[in-house]
Design a protein around this ligand. Structure first.
Ligand SMILES: [Zn+2]
Length: 370
């Protein structure tokens, strides 16, 4: 463990041992000095302005950033600190300590610690400058996407075609609409609204919300806000059905809620997620397609659990094949897997839409084979 990491640990320690307290206070100022920065930046090189770093850290509280990346505080400690599972290594009992007041973390399992920038470096496995870029992007995109979600949320109730479509896809409860923050992009009004709020045209184009020609990118689409993206399902059959903003689709949908259950149902699409959640299955998550990205796969493997893979029963067998392939990979990582067989041509959404209920779906889960 490096000196900086050791200092980090001692600083975060609860100070039960007197010796440690003395040691910690002796090292305390190291954390505030240039020399002991635990970053991977070459120290000889011209460093980023200290003030810029402090500002960035101020704007991105560690706790918020961790939670936005699925970290869950599991156990409170004294002085407002929390323990939880370490997102940086395969952790089975909470060894990751977070001090929201000092904006520092330390893991007793893998021995790594630091601030939000250090966390971004380790979590995304990038060097210091890239970590800064990622954090800046995240800081910039987050408020914008929140704004967009709010705006589209308001539009939903003003457009009958949107409500009718949701109804047709089995989405009936207001609670569900609020839980998923479902909205509607009619098209032709987002740009004006955001410009009025002071967002520049280039920022909107860069985020992919507005096309190169200046039109709204999402037109006649039901939209679902994701952690760093926005999924839009087209109402019109002439447009491509699925749309995302450029960049990663992010992690598993609502993973924070799902992961605490010993059994997790994995579905392909958000409309599948919606009907299951509405039917009372809170242990459901969605990979937004049958191909899981590295982060989603890592999430599924982040603890002992059984995964029920409920992909579409496609006529050409592609959903079933993807489920088979995923099951194999999960099994190799020691995760128990069951493949749910839906009636031919069905996905969980159509199963419920065409009259299936929670009891019948429960029977499918029970009949699911390894
Ligand atoms: Zn760790």
């Amino acid at each position: 463990m490096g000196t900086a990491a050791a200092a980090q640990r001692l600083l975060l320690d609860d100070g039960r041992s007197h010796r440690h307290t003395l040691f910690a206070s002796a090292h305390h100022r190291c954390l505030g000095s240039h020399r002991a920065l635990p970053y991977s930046a070459d120290r000889g090189k011209k460093s980023v302005n200290r003030q810029t770093l402090d500002d960035l850290k101020q704007q991105i509280p560690l706790m918020g950033y961790l939670q936005a990346h699925d970290w869950q505080p599991a156990r409170p400690l004294s002085r407002g600190r929390w323990m939880g599972l370490c997102p940086l290594h395969q952790d089975h009992k909470p060894s990751f300590l977070v001090d929201p007041n000092k904006d520092l973390f330390f893991c007793y399992g893998c021995g790594r610690g630091g601030d939000v920038i250090r966390f971004a470096e380790l979590y995304h496995q990038v060097k210091f400058p890239q970590a800064l870029t990622l954090l800046r992007q995240w800081r910039g995109a987050e408020p914008l996407l929140q704004e967009v979600a709010r705006f589209y949320g308001m539009q939903l109730h003003r457009h009958n075609e949107a409500i009718a479509y949701l109804y047709q896809r089995g989405i009936r409860s207001l609670e569900l609409i609020e839980h998923m923050r479902i909205g509607y992009a009619p098209g032709g009004c987002l740009r004006g609204w955001l410009t009025q709020l002071g967002h520049s045209g280039s920022a909107l184009r860069q985020a992919g919300l507005v096309t190169g020609l200046g039109y709204d990118a999402y037109v006649r689409r039901i939209v679902f806000p994701l952690e760093d993206n926005l999924y839009g399902r087209s109402l019109s059959t002439s447009a491509p059905p699925h749309r995302f903003l450029p960049g990663s689709k992010g992690g598993l949908y609502c993973w924070t809620q799902a992961r605490s259950h010993p059994e997790v149902i994995l579905v392909e699409g958000l409309f599948d997620y919606a009907v299951l959640w509405q039917a009372g299955f809170q242990n459901v998550t969605c990979s937004l397609g049958t191909h899981l990205n590295a982060r989603q796969f890592r999430q599924l493997c982040d603890g002992p659990r059984t995964v029920y893979v409920a992909f579409d029963a496609d006529p050409n067998g592609s959903g079933q094949q993807a489920a088979q392939c995923l099951s194999q990979r999960l099994w190799e990582r020691g995760i128990l897997v069951r493949t749910v067989s839906l009636p031919d041509g069905h996905d969980p959404n159509s199963f419920f839409v065409q009259g299936g209920d929670d009891r019948q779906f429960q029977s499918l889960l029970e009949a699911a084979h390894p």
